[in-house]
Ligand binder design. Sequence first.
Ligand SMILES: *Cc1c(COP(=O)(O)O)cnc(C)c1O
Length: 459
Amino acid sequence: MSLPASTAELRALDAAHHLHPFSDMKSLNAEGSRIIVKAEGVWLTDSDGNRILDGMSGLWCVNVGYGRQEIVDAVAQQMTELPYYNTFFKTTHKPAIELAAKLAELTPPQFNRVFFTGSGSESNDTVIKLVRRYFQIKEKPEKKIIISRRNAYHGSTVAAGSLGGMAPMHGQSAPIPDILHIAQPYWWGEARQGETPEEFGLRAAQALEAAIDAMGEDRIAAFIAEPIQGAGGVIIPPATYWPEIARICRERDILFISDEVICGFGRTGKWFGCETFGTEPDILVMAKGITSGYMPLGGVMVADRVAEVLLEGGDFNHGYTYSGHPAACAAAIANLDIMVREDLVGHVANDAGPYLKAGWSALADHPLVGEAPMTGLVGALELTPDKTGRTSFADVGKVGTLARDFSFKNGLVMRAVRDRLIIAPPLVISHGEIDELVARARRTLDDTYAELKRWGWVR
Ligand SMILES: *Cc1c(COP(=O)(O)O)cnc(C)c1O
């Protein structure tokens, strides 16, 4: 079969045969998918030849940017030499050995061991079994409840979707037992009238303490959280939140799991989000930026104090055919080499991050924008009908989608979560590209505002 050339024919073929993730296929098929044909640096090209600035790094993953021949070459060479072998039955291979050692070096000092997976969802499924196994070995099998947060995203398999706190997902597939969801640290959306971000951050953190005490510490295994909630709308917690969570985790006998699938590998201006926020996780979950998306790979880092127990527990009955896939490990090694050589973490912390934050924060003066937070290279714009009152539009999600569509027309990929626009551009973005990103975001706000005026939704 030869593929048709025209965008319209490609769209028709896609509509006929391809079920997309998280999509309303009937309306998508009517509208037609955008077809991306190539990419370089931070720029995508679609099948009509439009160049679009990728403000989302694909799906939060292309940290080193597109078109890195060095990663392509590393994968090709590995595929030639050893395209696949498993790591189940007393075997291993060089790419898995090298990557595991490299990750031990790059992660905080308590981490020296990794369990490889194929994705973030598989990593979080692994985490559930791993923390329960840990307490079984410690002869506390009743400690199996994992506390998570509403509006968290930890993946979309049955178990990872259960860990996550996405109500629309739970509506279609009920969460598995023994997972408890507490409040999220979303000041704009959930603080009381008059409550400062600092007060609210403390209150949100103390929900963890209250939940542990209500259920009984002897039943709680772990708390899992993203340093910054990504898919939930780039929720950057108030400054008081993480220190208070760290205190509670220290005082209680529970494991703390940092889901670093988005925040890991430089996104927040340090190698890992837990370093930006000063927490000390026992388990660190990775995927996405570990390969910059060039190959699918995930991993779970286990702190020494946890690993020492697991090592005494005999077989851990869990694993994936592609755990430590050699070509995926080769992509990760080449990707991490680039990150180290080009000091991309330093670039985010000292150059691109502050430069984007300056331009982005200035968007807060726009009449549609309620807040414009940013940490490292991840940020959000909360759209509101009334800047002063932290109010929301009546039909939540409609304005966000409208703005997202304008953004695409203006040559910028931003994503909409409810009525919040979010960005997480490749870490290699230049000053000129940041200027372009901010200008296109402002144009998008202006276009959205003008349309809302026509609708009579704003004054
Ligand atoms: C994307 C994501 C996941 C799931 O990763 P997949 O590779 O899509 O399975 C898990 N946790 C967080 C924080 C994510 O952003």
